[in-house]
Design a protein around this ligand. Structure first.
Ligand code: HSE
Length: 309
């Protein structure tokens, strides 16, 4: 097989981290790889998918990498060269692990590279966020680590934080049910109590400060939330109880619904197995199969290899 024209590797991400709705997120060491294998005439695309979504993501017209590539080309007013793309998907779909954001990041990076735009980091992230609609997955996906982002619908400001220490693990339990982000957003109320907004403000600020200073013992408070998780926990079996089942297990520093769910993420210092097993046992008790990943807390961001351009 000849070398791909462009190869992009993107990490999974976990957005919100509890209190930081639409603002905080972290990269996870689980990766999708997209290879542009051949160039085609302008506007022609072919897509093949291996792994997650292999049966349902075959339509090139509906492929989010290609759609994001086209959107980025139009933003930058450059010709939409056609291509064949092979996707190796590992990140589970519709589970709150940023598979869509990964596709957006890949599409924008392919446009930047193939069309020789050479956009700076802030412009790449602005375009990625515009396509995705919120920054909390695309920022850590592109930059790696944990990120804080603020978006006003046009401009973006962001900061990337240090990785977690090497003795900290990220446990992600993934149930065999899907929740679409659109549905999880529609489940949220139109307004919240002032006291709940104040609660989350303090928690998100504490979480960010804890991450910046390495005060990991503050994560359990910092990841607490009253804005969205109580509504989303009803959207998947076991959601109402799973976080309470693991919160007090020794070593568990914090637990949250990953993104818009239904996966659940726990940050664990020391041995992660008890937390992972408790999460999967809870899903089993509610009649749902699940699997867990024990991931690194220092995942890097998207990588692009342009050897064939
Ligand atoms: N912040 C987003 C949400 C992440 O919670 O809806 C999911 O895309």
């Amino acid at each position: 097989m000849t070398a791909p024209v462009i190869r992009v590797k993107v990490p999974a991400t976990s957005a919100n981290l509890g209190s930081g709705f639409d603002s905080l997120g972290m990269a996870l060491s689980l990766y999708n790889v997209f290879c542009v294998t051949d160039l085609l005439p302008k506007g022609e695309f072919r897509s093949d998918v291996i792994g997650e979504g292999a049966r349902e993501l075959t339509d090139a017209g509906a492929n989010l990498v290609i759609q994001s590539y086209i959107a980025a080309c139009r933003t930058w007013n450059v010709e939409e060269k056609g291509f064949c793309i092979l996707s190796h998907n590992v990140i589970p779909l519709c589970r709150g692990l940023g598979s869509s954001a990964g596709a957006v990041v890949a599409g924008v990076l392919i446009a930047d590279s193939l069309c020789r735009v050479g956009a700076p980091e802030a412009e790449l992230l602005r375009v990625m966020t515009t396509i995705e609609g919120h920054p909390d997955n695309v920022a850590p996906c592109y930059l790696g680590g944990m990120t804080v982002s603020a978006w006003d619908g046009g401009e973006l400001r962001y900061v990337r934080f240090q990785s977690l220490p090497s003795d900290m693990h990220v446990v992600v339990a993934v149930p065999d049910v899907r929740v679409r982000t659109k549905d999880a957003r529609e489940a949220l109320p139109n307004s919240v109590e002032f006291g709940d907004a104040v609660f989350n403000l303090g928690r998100a600020a504490l979480l960010t400060a804890a991450w910046a200073t390495g005060k990991w013992e503050l994560l359990s408070w910092g990841m607490d939330d009253r804005l969205h998780q109580q509504y989303r926990a009803r959207l998947f079996p076991g959601g109402d109880v799973i976080m309470d089942r693991v919160r007090d297990i020794p070593g568990c520093l914090g637990v949250a619904i990953s993104g818009s769910g239904p996966s659940v993420i726990a940050l664990v210092r020391g041995k992660p197995r008890r937390v992972a097993e408790a999460m999967c046992a809870t899903f089993s008790e509610y009649g749902v199969d699940s699997l867990f990943f024990v991931l690194e807390g220092n995942a890097g961001g998207a990588r692009i290899d342009r050897s064939g351009v």
